[in-house]
Ligand binder design. Structure first.
Ligand SMILES: Cc1cc2nc3c(=O)[nH]c(=O)nc-3n(C[C@H](O)[C@H](O)[C@H](O)COP(=O)(O)OP(=O)(O)OC[C@H]3O[C@@H](n4cnc5c(N)ncnc54)[C@H](O)[C@@H]3O)c2cc1C
Length: 104
């Protein structure tokens, strides 16, 4: 991945919104760690997508087990955390199936 060349930002650029936007656009790069698009929270919170077990609100038997449930973008590589989240939610799904079996 080619990162844009780093150039110093001067006061004139800081004071000029257009110049600042142009400088920012030419200096920003993605760390390809997209995450945090599925907020966790109780179902009465409008933006909340999943509950504490990462089950999607108002859906039966559907979980989110990827980086979209991260509350913040990790400061380092996201892959290991994504795997850890996957493992944890697999355990929730297994437990939920077991609980259902015990009910039947
Ligand atoms: C180029 C690149 C380099 C990276 N380098 C690093 C690194 O060095 N270290 C690090 O820690 N992280 C790195 N990352 C970030 C890391 O790979 C991701 O954060 C991590 O893979 C996210 O895991 P995930 O399970 O959320 O999503 P993903 O790994 O993207 O998994 C999503 C899966 O869902 C599948 N899918 C998509 N749509 C559907 C559908 N409709 N039906 C069925 N399946 C579907 C996809 O094919 C994919 O297999 C890098 C990412 C990229 C893009």
């Amino acid at each position: 991945m080619d990162y844009p060349p780093k150039t110093e930002i001067n006061q004139a650029t800081l004071n000029d919104d257009e110049k600042l936007n142009a400088w920012l656009r030419s200096h920003l790069a993605t760390a390809i760690h997209s995450s945090g698009s599925a907020k966790m929270g109780p179902s009465d919170v409008r933006e909340a997508v999943v509950d504490q077990y990462r089950r999607i609100h108002e859906m039966e038997g559907l979980w989110v087990a990827d980086t979209s449930i991260f509350p913040m973008v990790p400061s380092r590589g996201a892959a290991a955390t994504a795997i850890m989240v996957g493992e944890r939610i697999a355990a929730f799904i297994k437990q939920s199936a077991k609980d259902k079996e015990e009910v039947i």
